[in-house]
Write a protein that binds this ligand. Structure first.
Ligand code: SAM
Length: 233
């Protein structure tokens, strides 16, 4: 990883904001990801994220914290939060913004136990591929305190495969339709392509049930997105 994402966050934090991140996937064209969005305050967050923050309790782990916007909000509310991210730039920025406990760590290397584990802004993206969902969920389950909860958001992106007549062009022999090749560029530099997973609720539900996790649909957004709460069965 070249950490292009972290570089962009650092630029914004250091007052060098001149352009946004550009993202695209194997099934969609270039799109801008505005850097200020990654520094959003509670009032600018989508309703599903606001809902997740309202449900957060106890000792919290913010997985893939980015610039630390969710951690900062919870910290100000008096909760104890640990934020982790594989991007060293993101970790530097989250620290600079005031997140007290931040670590440059992959979720699979985390060993603490938590009352709330947050994975927000397409939290299932971190799982990368459908075949890895069980590995990540099993590990997340091992990090839960007895009455703990995992709050995770994602979207069913089947709509992205619809043609103008409403027909679907999903190749049923290909991988799961939510597995996307994800590309990122910033100021002329390209990140190494990654796989990013959008997981529909039913598939998440089935995977959770198989692992002894209860999976509840907490809320649905207005564009095929949802927030789920996972807990020990
Ligand atoms: C879409 S961004 C979301 C950032 C932040 N949660 C937000 O909502 O603004 C996903 C974040 O997850 C981090 N990430 C990806 N894979 C990870 C992993 N295996 N462990 C920890 N963090 C990871 C990325 O570096 C990135 O900062």
């Amino acid at each position: 990883m070249k950490d292009i994402f972290g570089l962009a966050l650092l630029d914004f934090q250091n007052g060098n904001y001149t352009e946004d991140l550009i993202t695209w996937t194997n099934i969609s064209d270039e799109d801008e990801l505005p850097l200020p969005y990654l520094f959003r305050s509670f009032k600018d967050m989508p309703a599903l994220e606001q809902k997740a923050l309202k449900l957060a309790k106890g000792i919290v782990l913010d997985v893939g914290c980015g610039a630390g916007s969710h951690s900062l909000y919870l910290q100000k509310k008096g909760l104890q939060v640990k934020a982790i991210d594989i991007s060293s730039g993101a970790v530097t920025v989250a620290k600079a913004r005031g997140v007290i406990s931040v670590e440059n760590l992959d979720i699979l290397a985390e060993t603490g136990t938590y009352d709330t584990i947050l994975l927000l802004m397409n939290g299932t993206g971190i799982f990368k591929e459908l075949s890895q969902v069980a590995t990540y969920l099993k590990h997340l389950k091992s990090l839960l305190k007895p009455n703990g909860q995992i709050l995770i958001d994602s979207s069913d992106i089947q709509y992205m495969y619809e043609d103008e007549d409403g027909g679907l062009w999903i190749d049923t022999h290909a991988n799961y339709y939510g597995e996307l090749d994800y590309f990122l560029s910033y100021k002329g530099q390209e990140e190494i392509p990654m796989t990013w997973l959008y997981l529909d609720f039913n598939t998440l539900y089935t995977a959770c049930t198989a692992l002894g996790l209860t999976c509840e649909l907490v809320a649905e957004g207005d564009h095929y997105d949802y927030l789920a709460k996972l807990s020990l069965s």
